[in-house]
Design a protein around this ligand. Structure first.
Ligand code: ADP
Ligand code: MG
Length: 236
């Protein structure tokens, strides 16, 4: 029963949040439509048109950022729980993010030698790791190194995502994960909230250590699952 109550509370939060995200996306779309209508009906110089197009594109990028930080979190599809190899999924995320990292002169260092199995929804796990890695890259505007590791720790897999970036002060640490809290010009403030919810849903915990001007490490512990235990859960 407790589990059910918690679930319905969560659905409520997700529902409210979805409404507010929809609102956040509608604004840039309305602005974009406005510019396109202006160009359709008015006569403007090439320079003016170029300006409208740039503004419309900026607004569309905004809508895209909001959706990409949030997307798989709110996806109405059924949970698809699988056995996941932590190192494989981390390597995949490093690959996906490598063009973005390269652009900012961020280099990956990996320590992914263990075979650690957890269970969860692969897409959601990817989304949470991508949001974390993206933040780390964005915290290193002058380049730096991004260290990814996964080691066994008792009955858990311990993942570390460490950057040599700008770090966070106590105010930022305190507000981390609150919807719409962002210290960035074009931030959405949705990425960390999604990370916390997904890790919690996977039965894990997150710790953060950060020093202004030195960098940040996110430490995530997720319960390991044995092959036999997973079969039992699946067959039940
Ligand atoms: P956004 O990235 O859109 O700002 P997030 O929810 O992903 O929203 O992150 C919220 C805030 O947390 C960021 O704006 C930043 O202030 C802080 N933050 C998160 N990760 C890091 C990091 N690795 N280094 C420094 N600050 C971070
Ligand atoms: Mg982010």
């Amino acid at each position: 029963l407790l589990e059910e109550v918690r679930k319905s509370e969560k659905m409520k939060v997700v529902g409210e949040l979805a409404a507010s995200v929809a609102h956040e996306v509608r604004n840039p779309l309305t602005v974009t439509r406005g510019f396109i209508q202006l160009m359709q009906h008015g006569r403007y110089t090439e320079d003016k048109k170029k300006e409208f197009i740039e503004l419309a594109l900026r607004e569309l990028n905004r809508a895209q950022d909001i959706l990409s930080d949030y997307l798989s979190f709110a996806k109405p599809q059924m949970e698809n729980v699988e056995r996941l190899n932590v190192a494989t999924e981390l390597r995949y995320v490093a690959d996906v993010m490598s063009p973005y990292a390269l652009m900012q002169e961020v280099f990956f260092e990996n320590d992914l030698t263990y075979d650690l199995w957890i269970q969860g929804d692969r897409q959601k796990f990817h989304q949470s790791l991508i949001n974390l890695v993206k933040n780390s890259i964005e915290a290193m505007p002058g380049g730096g190194s991004l260290y990814l590791s996964a080691i066994p720790l008792g009955a858990c897999a311990e993942i570390r995502i460490r950057d040599t970036g700008i770090g966070m002060n106590s105010h930022q640490l305190q507000r981390l994960g609150q919807p719409y809290f962002s210290s960035k010009d074009k931030g959405t403030g949705l990425g960390m909230m999604v990370v916390f919810s997904i890790v919690e849903a996977m039965g894990g915990i997150i710790k953060v250590e950060s020093q202004v001007g030195r960098g940040t490490v996110f430490i995530i512990r997720l319960p390991l699952v044995s092959n036999a235990a997973f079969q039992l859960v699946k067959d039940a």
